[in-house]
Design a protein. Sequence first.
Length: 405
Amino acid sequence: MRAKNADIVACNHQNQRSRAAVLIALLLVFSALLNGCVEAVPPAFDFQDNLIIIDALASTVPGTSYATVQQTSYEFGLYRSKAISGCSIKLINADTQEEEVLFESDESYVVNPNFKVDPLSRWFIEIQLPNGETFRSSVEATPKQVPIKSIKERFNPEMIYDEGSESYTSGHEIRIDFDDPADQRNFFFYQYRAYEQEIYCKLCEYGVYRNGECLSQIDNPALTKDYYTYLCEVPCWKISYNNDINIFSDEFANGKPISNLLVAKVPYTSKQDILVEVLQLNVSQDAYKHFRTLKDLVDNNSGFNAPLPAALIGNFTNLSDPDRIALGRFTAAAAVNQNIFIRRSLRSEPLSGDFKLPQPEILGDPVPQPLTYVAPCVEGLYRTSDIEADRLRYFEGSALIPQDL
């Protein structure tokens, strides 16, 4: 969920190349946001280094406000975006001047778990980079919250078509019902976060786990297994997120009941039972245009030579150097969340993806002694051992499936 722009030069040829670079950066950073990793893309266009890209959200759900700050680079023939560490970031109430300082956590910046903004309150964000460069967003008014009435899921064996493999990914489609308020236009953006128990906490390919890392065994002529897996030292939970953009406008449904709206697609990559938390964000019309433009670009994978959409310009100003633009957007959102628990352990269909079965070290394996069976649950955006009690209760009666097929 990012918007971007770049300096556009007068020459039409350079103009097109700048647009291409910006759109590559757009897709690159959006992928990094959804997948939480630094993505590398083989070069096809000239690329502009050192673009600052900011994505920030102020939310009415406690603890869900955040900011990410990244910088583009071109290294070893690959386009990259890397998180910038050491920023000073604060959310500021435009009317009361109340400030909420964000702290760094796992390549992003987050708020106190209890912090939330109120509907109809007005906020902006200020970000100072380690070099002193300062960016400030425009003021965003928080819309009203719109409750979710019900949530349901349906398994779809042909949920997503992959043109590369010419095959379908199966999964669970999540749909909701809600009543759209008639007294205002509403624009929605949807995210999800899902929890499932990890089967193992470490996988070493052509190696074994020793002293906190994978020790290569590629030169071991007696090795007969191409990987080993290691159970979690403590109960550990995998956390996954949406990897597509889901939006909805009430342009043709203002004030009407909304039924069976598709808001999430959860790939069927494991037989572990899974808790899916859907977040419905009511955002401004400008924010909706931004997300819609991103969705069009990502879904269609086109537009490199088209005029750069105005919605990608973003709403940040550089206080240190007005000529240096930060790409991205700050959004204030009225959010509500709803959970649904899916018992995937009862399904018999084959999994999508390339899941590797547990393969522990066993007596007689030609590996360094002593044998190792477990690895720690490393806390982060994608894994935790500290799951809250209100989430844990959903898993009562669920068993860890030892062979995920």
